[in-house]
Design a protein around this ligand. Structure first.
Ligand SMILES: Cc1cc2nc3c(=O)[nH]c(=O)nc-3n(C[C@H](O)[C@H](O)[C@H](O)COP(=O)(O)O)c2cc1C
Length: 229
């Protein structure tokens, strides 16, 4: 298997859309891809692996190439390897660490939506990603989170299901459809191009349309009624 959404069921079957808007079979909401009122949605792509020799950047670059084709989204990358956060939680970190923490917190705070790129390690997600998540709270709240996963035979799907539980605790909304790469490395050439891109490109569009719908809906809702946690 190369890549796919998590289910073969029609996307519209479990995806809310405004009652008055026409809904296509694969796209929630209206006018996906066009520049929305209030400007493009600010998306942070979180690269969740910090393993030396990691494959994650290939997956992240593929995703970024998809996001950058859209006028309704802008994108910034938060890489757990570059963030280099300590694993010890301290109320009084040294100044250099405080600066790194502040930089990442500002990036997450500025984002209106997230795509988490995660591999699967022993049926879960990487410790460095959990560390990034646990160090923040308000930064995640009332924002949508989508997932691109990769791994061996599982395609990272078990990591994603665990992440849904974590983000629920943080008052984030996870979007239904994901992109998963099973046996990921076999499906990209040495330049990082997917060998058969039609499937993953289509899955990415469905996922990003859902992320955009939730992101804009929550932006509008928070303008009327700030989220109170
Ligand atoms: C410690 C470790 C545990 C892994 N466990 C799983 C697993 O449970 N399921 C799976 O499908 N792949 C598993 N893999 C394969 C990885 O998901 C795959 O190698 C992926 O490319 C790792 O991401 P990275 O290269 O960005 O670190 C594991 C890899 C490592 C290093």
């Amino acid at each position: 298997m190369t890549s796919a959404t998590t289910s073969s069921a029609p996307v519209s079957a479990s995806t809310p859309a405004p009652a008055s808007a026409p809904v296509s079979a694969s796209t929630p909401g209206s006018a996906p891809g066009s520049v929305p009122v209030g400007g493009p949605l600010r998306v942070a792509v979180i690269l969740g692996s910090d393993r030396h020799g990691r494959f994650g950047p290939v997956i992240a670059d593929w995703l970024l190439s998809r996001v950058r084709t859209r006028e309704d989204l802008t994108v910034e990358v938060v890489d757990v390897a570059a963030a280099d956060l300590p694993t010890v939680l301290s109320p009084d970190p040294e100044p250099a660490v405080r600066d790194r923490l502040a930089r990442v917190a500002a990036q997450l705070d500025a984002a209106e939506a997230f795509v988490v790129v995660t591999p699967e390690y022993n049926h879960s997600f990487p410790a460095a990603l959990k560390n990034l998540i646990d160090r923040h709270r308000a930064e995640w709240q009332a924002k949508p989170v989508a997932f691109v996963s990769y791994g061996g035979i599982s395609g990272g799907l078990r990591a994603v299901e665990q992440l849904r539980q974590v983000f629920a605790e943080l008052h984030a909304v996870t979007v239904r459809d994901t992109v998963s790469f099973h046996g990921a490395q076999a499906h990209f050439d040495d330049a990082g191009n997917h060998l058969d891109p039609a499937g993953p490109d289509a899955a990415a569009k469905v996922m990003l349309d859902q992320l955009a719908w939730w992101g804009h809906a929550l932006r509008d809702a928070k303008a009327v009624r700030p989220y109170g946690r």
